[in-house]
Structures are given as structure tokens and as C-alpha cells.
Design a protein around this ligand. Structure first.
Ligand code: NDP
Length: 451
């Protein structure tokens, strides 16, 4: 039995279904880093893996709030503080009915290595609630956020743990959370990132993850000797913060993004999607994508129910580059085979772990340029760290300054990942490169800091 198989068996407890995605993420990392563990005995001697896969602490709490009909509602809130070897815990909050401890452990674990890859002084964490903001009034969202922060404020701080947004948590939610924190603590400090610009947010934070994923892809294609994205058809899933800003940057550089999706269906507009309309539908009205075809009857809307089980319509549309930007495990092996047989040459994960392990294996076996999430979507957390730096120094950076620093950060991550893969004999494998480079920096800090 190899070190990797041994280690996976040691940490897995398959009795907990909630932890399935966490084990999926952990297995991938353990397989990737086994050459490093075999070549340097310090990591075993200091029990780095044993220590890294267990969060420092998981805070779980009850959130009680009152809806518009005067009914009392009860949700569960969480904060997983995973590892702070490189800096204060940092990672988003997700509000979605599927949120549970296992999903947040998976996201927090990924966040440790992602934050490490940025080269910035930030540790890893994640949090959220099973609260669903969809269909709630602004007042109800405010009531929930206030109740959530009543408990969370005890565990966070600008040098301790700095949450941000994720699925279901955008500028509106961050605003309400910040307002409540300020009220409880009487302290006006940068305890959350993703704040609106008028009270301490950074320019470009909303754009950062989507733009960063495109910057990463351009660098990767260039390094791998492939044609650039200009003039090329791109397919994107999701219609939220990450997806819409990836579409925006792709359009700016002359690519042709033709799709987007939400939880109910896919829009395929072969002439290129209408971004203004998408922003109006998804960011302002919070409506279904189905409404897109009212303004553009020539586009196609494919409801989720109309596509055969196991695959997704968006990945069956021919493209040069694909950008899964919705949620975990949304791109299956069937989807990967469809992308490959339709001539796709590049896949960039804007969402966290959107490709299943079988899909990743298929991409790597067919030598696609594959940019894994923890490297490709690190632009969001990088700009969050820039927001922390601006808050700490009471300064405001221009859009150009943030954009330049974001681009430089994404290019550096891409080069670091590619060079690491080469150093460990897996040239072109950005999954292994990202896991090894991310792990090494955290592990070395853990050794230096002692137990
Ligand atoms: P949003 O809430 O803004 O958008 C999420 C999008 O994905 C929506 O279009 C939503 O559809 C769709 N979606 C969510 N869950 C599902 C599901 N189970 N099945 C199908 N579609 C789904 O989130 P973000 O854009 O912020 O985040 C998207 C991904 O990117 C997540 O994996 C997140 O963790 C990751 N990420 C986000 C960062 C950020 O800066 N925001 C940073 C790094 C990673 P609908 O509109 O119907 O709800």
C-alpha cells in the first residue's frame, strides 16, 4: 500500500455522509502530495497531515429570527476555523439550504491551501448557514444577518478571523452583517471583506474572482503554448458573482462567452450572452434565467429537467474553454467526455471543486489545460486581503492599482503551480502543482511554529 492510500484510509470515516465532499477534497490533496511526503520525512515526523485535516475548531450555533409574518424561524450557523499558521482565519460565509458541517469543512480545507498559494499572510476558514436568502424580503435578510452576527461576533476580529461572501452572501448580506457587528462591538473595523465601497470595501472585490480566473487562464494557455482566448467560444456555468464577472472579463478581452446557468436551467446564446440583461436579472431582480429569452427569443433556454441524468446541458455545447462557476461537483465524467469530444482544450474552475474526481482524471488523461479551483479562483481572497490592507492603513486604492495587483497575483500563482508540478515530475499537472505548493508553505509554517 502506498503512503497516499495508507493516509486516506487513516483519515476517512465513511460513516458520515455529510463529510463526503470533505473526504473528496482531502483525498485529492493526499494523492497529490505523496511525492513530497515521501521525499521529506519532516512532514511525517511533525504529524503535519494529521494536524492539517482537523480544524482548529468548529463553532456551531442557533440562529433565531422573525419573518415578515411574525413567525419565529430557526436556522443553524457555523464557522469552521481551520488553520491559522500563515495568518488570521480567512474565508467566506455561504447561506444556502444545503449548508452543513461537512460542506464547510471541505470549503475551509480548500481555503487553507488556496490562501497559501496567494503568498499572502492569511489562514483558512469558512462559515455560513442553512438559511436560504432566496425569496426572502430585504427586511427578513437583515433580521437573519443580525441574529447570525449576534453569535458570530464573539469569534471574529480583524486579526483573528475575517469572513467574506460566498454563495448567497453578497454586498447586501455583508452590509447587514457589518452593521450588526459595529452595533454590538462599538468598533468600526475591517472585520469582514466584500463590504460596499462606501464603508470600507475595496474597489474590484466583486469582480476579483471572475476576473482572476480569466487572468489565470490566459497565463496558463500562454505557458502551455496554446492560442489565447481572443475570438474563442467559451462556456460558463453559474449566473452569480463569479460567473458574471468571468463573462465580463472574457468579453473585455475579445472572447465570446455563450452560456450561463442557474439552479433551474441553462441559457445558450450563440452570438454571445447579453451581460447587461444578465446582471439586471440575477443581481438586481434576483429572477430566473428563463426570463432571458423574453428579451432574446433567438437564444435557447434548457431547463435542468430536460437534460439526461448524469450530465448537464452547458457542457454539451462546443467551446474552446470552459469555466464552471456555480457549485461543487456540477461537472461530471459524462460532462468531461462531452467537453473533450467537442474539442474543448481548457477548463478553469471558478467555483470550488466543481469537477468530480472522475472528470478531473479525464481532463488530465486527455492533456487538457486544467486550472483547479484553489489556484484559479484565488483572485477573490487575494483582493479580500488587499481590502484588509486598505482598512488597516485607512487608505483607498484605485481600480487600476487593485486590478494590476490582482493580475500580477494570478500570474504568479499560475507560474508557481506550473513550476512546482515540473519540480515534482508531473509537468502540466496543475492539480498536483497547486496541492504541493499550497501544502508546502502551510506545512513549513506549522513546523516552524511548533505544536
Ligand atoms: P452566487 O450565489 O453569486 O451564485 C451562485 C450561482 O450558482 C447561482 O447562479 C446559482 O443559481 C448557482 N448555483 C448555486 N448552487 C447551485 C446548485 N446546487 N446547482 C446549480 N446551480 C447552483 O455565488 P458565487 O458566484 O459567489 O459563488 C459561486 C462559486 O464560486 C461557489 O463554489 C463559491 O464557493 C466559489 N467562490 C466564490 C468566490 C467569491 O468571491 N464569491 C471566491 C472563490 C470561490 P441560482 O441563481 O438559481 O441560485
Amino acid at each position: 500500500m502506498s503512503i497516499a492510500e495508507d493516509d486516506i484510509k487513516k483519515f476517512e470515516r465513511a460513516d458520515c455522509e455529510q463529510d463526503r465532499v470533505f473526504y473528496q477534497a482531502m483525498e485529492e490533496v493526499i494523492c497529490s502530495i505523496s511525492p513530497l511526503l515521501e521525499s521529506d520525512e519532516r512532514y511525517a515526523r511533525h504529524a503535519i497531515l494529521e494536524r492539517l485535516v482537523v480544524p482548529d475548531r468548529i463553532i456551531k450555533f442557533k440562529v433565531v429570527w422573525m419573518d415578515d409574518n411574525q413567525n419565529i424561524q430557526v436556522n443553524t450557523g457555523y464557522r469552521v476555523q481551520f488553520n491559522n499558521s500563515l495568518g488570521p482565519y480567512k474565508g467566506g460565509l455561504r447561506f444556502h439550504p444545503t449548508v452543513n458541517e461537512g460542506i464547510l469543512k471541505f470549503l475551509g480545507f480548500e481555503q487553507i491551501l488556496k490562501n497559501s498559494l496567494t503568498g499572502l499572510p492569511i489562514g483558512g476558514g469558512k462559515g455560513g448557514s442553512d438559511f436560504d436568502p432566496k425569496g426572502k424580503s430585504d427586511f427578513e435578510v437583515m433580521k437573519f444577518c443580525s441574529a447570525f452576527m449576534t453569535e458570530l461576533h464573539k469569534y471574529i476580529g480583524p486579526r483573528m478571523d475575517i469572513p467574506a461572501g460566498d454563495i448567497g452572501v453578497g454586498a447586501r448580506e455583508i452590509g447587514y452583517l457589518f452593521g450588526e457587528y459595529k452595533k454590538i462591538t462599538s468598533s468600526y473595523e475591517g472585520v469582514l471583506t466584500g463590504k460596499p465601497f462606501m464603508f470600507g470595501g475595496s474597489l474590484m472585490r466583486p469582480e476579483a474572482t471572475g476576473y482572476g480566473a480569466v487572468y489565470f487562464t490566459e497565463t496558463m494557455l500562454d505557458m502551455e503554448g496554446k492560442e489565447s482566448l481572443e475570438g474563442k467560444i467559451c462556456t460558463i456555468s453559474g449566473a452569480g458573482n463569479v460567473a458574471l464577472h468571468a463573462i465580463e472579463k472574457l468579453q473585455q478581452i475579445g472572447a465570446i462567452p455563450v452560456t450561463c446557468t442557474d439552479s433551474k436551467g441553462t441559457i445558450y446564446d450563440p452570438r454571445g450572452v447579453d451581460l447587461c440583461l444578465l446582471k439586471e436579472l440575477k443581481l438586481e431582480k434576483r429572477a430566473s434565467l428563463e426570463e432571458y429569452i423574453v428579451a432574446h427569443p433567438e437564444a435557447k433556454y434548457i431547463p435542468v429537467s430536460e437534460y439526461p441524468k448524469g450530465g448537464h446541458a452547458v457542457w454539451d455545447i462546443p467551446c474552446y474553454a470552459a469555466f464552471p462557476c456555480a457549485t461543487q461537483n456540477e461537472l461530471t465524467e459524462i460532462d468531461a467526455q462531452n467537453l473533450i469530444s467537442n474539442g474543448c482544450i481548457s477548463v478553469t474552475e471558478g467555483a470550488n471543486m466543481p469537477s468530480t474526481p472522475d472528470a478531473v482524471d479525464a481532463f488530465l488523461a486527455h492533456k487538457l489545460c486544467f486550472a483547479p479551483a484553489k489556484a484559479a479562483n484565488a483572485g477573490g481572497v487575494a483582493v479580500s486581503e488587499f481590502e484588509m490592507a486598505q482598512n488597516a492603513s485607512m487608505s483607498k486604492w484605485s481600480f487600476e492599482k487593485v486590478d494590476d495587483k490582482l493580475k500580477e497575483t494570478m500570474q504568479q500563482i499560475c507560474k508557481r503551480v506550473s513550476l512546482t508540478a515540473k519540480d515534482y515530475g508531473v509537468e502540466g499537472n496543475y492539480v498536483d502543482g497547486a496541492n504541493i505548493a499550497g501544502f508546502k508553505r502551510v506545512a513549513d509554517a506549522m513546523i516552524a511554529e511548533g505544536i
